[in-house]
Design a protein around this ligand. Structure first.
Ligand SMILES: Nc1ncnc2c1ncn2[C@@H]1O[C@H](COP(=O)(O)OP(=O)(O)OP(=O)(O)O)[C@@H](O)[C@H]1O
Length: 233
């Protein structure tokens, strides 16, 4: 079966410092991979390299078997790749509705897709006319995720979306993402520090240390302890 995402020897960095060191990994269609690791290990940089916000110095990114290493981020989005970034990525002065609209390449399907968003995140649909910058921190996180999902991606890259969310919202987010994978077969690469959230969702985990995958395995009863051990070292 062709992988939804295949990285081979992916290398990138900033200036003269290499931050992503020859990373190779695969995600099957419909699979959820948790990418975990301490702060500053290069997890966000890896996602940015996959998207080509950060240029790859070496190696390749294949999406559904197609080499997309140097394809611009907006072209990747048109192919079915969505991204929920860690940093504040909303247009603060635009409404919730207009921020959601920006998640779509083709605006015509917006109203139909909005119905899905209402089911997943009712709090957002109650605030469609509100400026995104006036949403609470948790609501803004939900909007970032909803903007990725509205495009019905085949592969969704999520960067620390559970950070700073109250437990009930984290649980809701986990339910929504699990349902989307079940119903649509969306593959996901989930960078996350919130281990209970991500291990409840993922099929497999990969531990990232100094720009490299140093351990990987299926998520099972022993995964949290195995990951904790890496976090201590
Ligand atoms: N724009 C940049 N210019 C220079 N160095 C950067 C830039 N962005 C990140 N770095 C450096 O690259 C390294 C990896 O950062 P990155 O944000 O990818 O790590 P991370 O694993 O996602 O960390 P965190 O969990 O804290 O978000 C860090 O040393 C960071 O300081």
């Amino acid at each position: 079966m062709t992988a939804a995402l295949e990285l081979s020897g992916l290398t990138s960095g900033y200036g003269s410092s290499t931050v992503v060191h020859g990373v190779s990994l695969q995600i099957a269609p419909g699979e959820i991979l948790a990418l975990v690791g301490k702060n500053g290990m290069g997890k966000s940089s890896l996602l940015k390299t996959i998207l080509a916000f950060l240029p790859a110095w070496e190696g390749a990114v294949r999406f559904d078997g197609r080499d997309v290493t140097r394809l611009a981020p907006f072209r990747k989005r048109a192919l079915g790749l969505a991204y929920a970034p860690q940093e504040q990525a909303l247009f603060q002065d635009l409404s919730v509705r207009d921020n959601l609209r920006l998640g779509l390449v083709d605006d015509r399907s917006f109203e139909a897709r909005l119905a899905d968003i209402s089911g997943w995140f009712p709090v957002l649909t109650a605030r469609l006319s509100q400026r995104a910058g006036t949403l609470s921190g948790g609501e803004q996180k939900m909007l970032i995720v909803a903007r990725g999902l509205i495009a019905e991606p085949r592969l969704f890259l999520l960067d620390e979306v559970a950070e700073g969310l109250q437990p009930s919202v984290v649980d809701r987010l986990a339910e929504v993402l699990a349902a989307i994978r079940r119903d649509r077969g969306t593959a996901m690469l989930v960078v996350e520090q919130h281990l209970a959230f991500v291990l409840g969702l993922a099929d497999r985990f990969a531990v990232f240390k100094r720009g490299e995958v140093v351990d990987t395995g299926p998520v099972d009863a022993g995964s949290a302890a195995r990951i904790d051990e890496h976090m201590r070292l």
